[in-house]
Design a protein around this ligand. Structure first.
Ligand code: TXA
Ligand code: MG
Length: 327
């Protein structure tokens, strides 16, 4: 079924009200968060949540994050909550951190992809947070993109890639972080980062006063954990500055280049973006620039690899999956 997708403007009270009403009626609304746009449905409405999987083309065994109005609502969704959860919630909520906890018995497994754990976070984007607080809502929301594609960081990008599949997009401006939340599992007594994100391992360790593991590959079902993910449609290659130079000199292909080194004189790729040299700023614009590169008509996207240190962990994690090739 093709829906008529409304564009709603969060500066207008009337539009915010429409977004809330649609959610309460069990409809799908893309909402702004501080990380990326989310494809939201009332988390307590089973059929609405089920429609998220249909709209995204996402397998129903991939769990969703529930976005709550306050940390106190953890008790509505989880049980056996360890002390670390309260400490992390106090330090980082509202904000870009998702906690995995044992789900409460009454929570339907449609949200959790059949698992007995649940992902929870309190988002800090003022538009979404106000909506949740005012209407006492909790929304299940994955990133608002077709399965495995780039996460959207603007309302326009959601509209361009998802129109017809949801009821409305609530425009709350460009996302502040541009990369998905850090996911920390607190299940079975261990603290483990399952997806690197805006909250770093060092920040988590400072609050918990203990070492936190951050395995690059793990078996837990986090959709960002499949090898090919966050992918532009055009093939992406990550290269060193030297390799980039060679490619620019030798290739006959139309290249879209994302680099932070200056390009050598006399090289003019088909499309070029100078990326920020600071990890946070790089993360904020990465998906947007990959999306634009994808639309430029280039035959190959080439990205100059950022450094490998800890600050760049979230970016490196996305790039590895965005550039992954089956063969
Ligand atoms: O920043 C974010 O986290 C964004 C915004 C919209 O909040 N959401 C997001 O959702 O990135 P999604 O579905 O694209 O990625 C959430 C990840 C998925 O990889 C999912 O598998 C994992 O969280 N997840 C959620 N609940 C889980 C659970 N109970 N156990 C393991 N992984 C879980
Ligand atoms: Mg996603």
């Amino acid at each position: 079924m093709v829906l008529n997708t409304l564009m709603l403007h969060s500066e207008q009270a009337k539009d915010r009200q429409i977004a809330a009403e649609l959610l309460k009626q069990g409809k799908l609304v893309a909402v702004p968060t501080e990380t990326v746009y989310g494809l939201a449905a009332d988390a307590r409405n089973k059929s609405a949540v089920n429609n998220i999987f249909v709209a995204k083309g996402r397998p129903s065994d991939h769990p969703l994050i529930v976005h709550m109005h306050a940390a106190s609502a953890m008790h509505d969704w989880a049980q056996d909550i360890p002390a670390e959860a309260f400490a992390l919630a106090q330090a980082f909520w509202p904000g870009p951190l998702t906690l995995l906890l044992k789900k409460a018995d009454h929570v339907d497994t449609v949200v959790t992809g059949g698992l007995d754990t649940i992902g929870l976070r309190v988002p800090s984007h003022p538009v979404l947070l106000n909506l949740l607080v005012t209407h006492q809502l909790a929304v299940a929301a994955p990133s608002a993109n077709p399965y495995k594609q780039l996460s959207p960081t603007s309302a326009r990008q959601v509209m361009e890639t998802m129109a017809g599949k949801l009821d409305a997009v609530l425009d709350g401006g460009d996302c502040q972080f541009g990369l998905e939340s850090t996911i920390v599992s607190l299940v079975n007594g261990a603290v483990q980062v399952l997806r690197a994100g805006p909250v770093s391992v060092a920040q988590l360790e400072a609050v918990l006063k203990q070492k936190v593991q951050c395995p690059l590959q793990h078996q837990v079902k986090v959709s960002g954990n499949v090898a090919a993910h966050y992918q532009p449609k055009t093939r992406l290659r990550c290269v060193s500055a030297g390799e980039l130079d060679e490619l620019l000199k030798d290739t006959t292909q139309l290249l879209a280049v994302l680099s932070f080194s200056d390009l050598s004189a006399n090289t003019e790729p088909h499309w070029h973006c100078s990326m920020p040299t600071n990890a946070q700023d790089f993360g904020r614009v990465l998906y947007k620039q990959l999306y634009l590169a994808d639309q430029s008509g280039a035959e190959l996207i080439v990205l100059e690899m950022p450094p490998l240190d800890d600050q760049w962990a979230a970016v490196q994690n996305r790039l590895m999956r965005a550039a992954y090739q089956e063969d």
